[in-house]
Design a protein around this ligand. Structure first.
Ligand code: 13P
Length: 249
């Protein structure tokens, strides 16, 4: 178990210059001396704006994806060095929406994590099973396979990554994994990391999937739940602030 929790908001494809300004100001004002790390993973056009808005606050900046390539003829891609120039410290990689809609493979996700690490960006590696996979009793196999690919490529610096367990059936559905279901998979991931690094306790393993103000405290109380990756509730300042408060206790 890590001491200091990490609460990361994944804005997904939401926001505007005006809405971002309101949201960041409200969070910065409300979070006070939060006893956890708070990050906002913003859409690709907004790091410059949010980097400016967060100046003088404890909010960290994140991206929602990063290219596996450093530079070159990859139209539409954004590289880790580019993100770094705008103060980005975290990058989500392998979110299920990218695996599903953009065909990201386990290997691509592992390469993206490597590209991020090479430029001082902490990858937030997402793993998680679909409903069909859970119902077929395949949760452990799927999550282990996704994690193994990342360990294979990044073994030497695996303790520097962040992992997010996001059961696909809990994302945006209002259906949260129970604290016990989350803890079970988190413990499995911790054990898998233990085989790859002498310091598995240093790796933050976040839970994501309909985490909200009401259920955050009980999820975060689990021994292997080191924080949250929050979608919908990260766009509402009062809700996100309550999650930050729950993680600060
Ligand atoms: P929701 O919190 O909206 O379910 O989204 C979770 C998620 O996908 C975070 O990356």
């Amino acid at each position: 178990m890590t001491q200091h929790k990490l609460i990361a908001g994944n804005w997904k494809m939401n926001g505007s210059l005006a809405a971002n300004e309101q949201l960041v100001r409200a969070i910065a004002q409300g979070m006070g001396d939060a006893n956890c790390t708070v990050a906002m993973c913003v859409p690709a056009p907004y790091p410059e704006q949010v980097n400016r808005l967060r100046s003088g606050t404890k909010i960290e900046l994140g991206a929602q994806d990063v290219s596996r390539h450093e530079q070159g003829a990859y139209t539409g891609e954004v590289s880790a060095p580019m993100l770094r120039e705008f103060g980005v410290r975290y990058a989500i990689v392998g979110h299920s929406e990218r695996r599903q809609y953009h065909g990201e493979t386990d290997e691509a996700v592992a390469d993206k994590a490597k590209a991020a690490l090479a430029h001082g960006i902490t990858p937030i590696v997402c793993v998680g099973e679909t409903l069909a996979e859970r119902e077929a009793g395949r949760t452990q196999d799927v999550v282990k396979r996704q994690m193994a690919a990342v360990i294979h490529v990044n073994g030497h610096c695996i303790s520097e990554i962040v992992v997010a367990y996001e059961p696909v059936w809990a994302i945006g559905t209002g259906r949260t994994a129970t604290s016990e279901q989350a803890q079970e998979v988190h413990a499995l991931l911790r054990a898998q990391l233990k085989a790859a690094t002498p310091h598995p306790e240093r790796v933050h393993i976040l839970y994501g999937g309909s985490m909200n103000a009401a259920n955050a405290a009980s999820l975060l109380a689990q021994p292997d739940v080191d924080g949250g990756l929050i979608g919908g509730a990260s766009l509402k300042a009062p809700d996100f602030l309550q999650i930050i408060a729950a993680a600060s206790r």
